[in-house]
Ligand binder design. Structure first.
Ligand SMILES: [Zn+2]
Length: 280
């Protein structure tokens, strides 16, 4: 079972131990909302078990973006017909490219974890059936939860969920704690502007739930905004000078996260160059 703890008034957080993915549970009067659904059926079942220790209420689901670790639990969690919300672009990725993406993630997991890869390959993809373009506010048993798409960032279909009555903002993988942000599908030149939009929602006492890792605050979001801004300028300069992408990546501060950080920096430079060429 995946265990929740309360981080604000009737807002609960659970962190899946393997990939440190965060799931946020918001409980209102007679209804509850689960933000992100984890990866494989087994994790999703453990998540549902954890949810049911907190609330018996009918669920609405949200995916912060289309990546498997945030959306592949949809089938298990929506088995009783729970509606699923996501940004229109995230939903489109899962609807139109789901099996291709699934194959890629299966192959990525295969060398390190055969059982996990196998389980990923068996997931039934269920795309969000409820989508929005810029903003949509849900009524979760009398509590407002606002979903916003703030622009291109970790993907082209990220959403952030704001629970204003609890001063909580769920940022998905637009914010990453304890590891390098993921750039495999990212828009490194636009991401800082999107984080500026996120910063406008964060006050001194706001709790910000990152896609992975521990809950962070305004200072952390500012620092990540600064780091991604510096990275975007490093990429712009490298692009202007016609520099070798590998050499640009080696200069990125993300290399402080070791080998994984260097890989993400390389993705960032490759994707950033394409973004600057208007080729993404
Ligand atoms: Zn992601």
């Amino acid at each position: 079972m995946i265990t929740f703890h309360e981080i604000a008034d009737r807002v609960y957080l659970a962190t899946e131990p393997m990939l440190r993915v965060n799931v946020t549970l918001v409980v209102g009067d007679g209804q509850a909302l689960v933000i992100d659904t984890l990866s494989i059926d087994d994790h999703a079942r453990q998540l549902l078990e954890g949810v049911r220790t907190v609330t018996p209420y009918p669920l609405t689901l949200v995916n912060t973006h289309h990546h498997f670790d945030h959306s592949f639990g949809n089938a298990v969690l929506s088995a009783d017909g729970a509606p699923i919300w996501g940004h229109e672009t995230a939903a489109r990725h899962l609807r139109e490219r789901g099996p291709v993406l699934q194959r890629g993630w299966y192959e990525e997991a295969l060398p390190s974890d055969l059982a996990f890869a196998d389980a990923l390959g068996r997931v039934t993809i269920v795309p969000p059936g409820h989508t929005f373009h810029t903003e949509s506010t849900l009524d979760v048993g009398g509590r407002a939860v606002t979903l916003r798409h703030l622009g291109l960032g970790h993907t082209d279909g990220d959403l952030v969920a704001e629970i204003p009555d609890a001063a909580v903002v769920v940022a998905g993988d637009l914010i990453e704690e304890g590891a390098a942000p993921g750039f495999g599908d990212a828009y490194p030149i636009s991401w800082p502007d999107t984080l500026a939009g996120l910063l406008a929602l964060v006050g001194p006492s706001t709790r910000v739930v990152p896609g992975h890792g521990t809950v962070v605050d305004l200072g952390f979001v500012r620092a990540q905004h600064d780091e991604l801004t510096a990275l975007s300028w490093l990429i712009r300069e490298g692009h202007r000078d016609g520099a070798d992408p590998a050499q640009v990546a080696a200069k990125a501060s993300l290399t402080r996260f070791g080998e994984r950080g260097l890989i993400e920096a390389q993705h960032a430079v490759t994707r950033g160059f394409l973004e600057l060429d208007a080729a993404l």
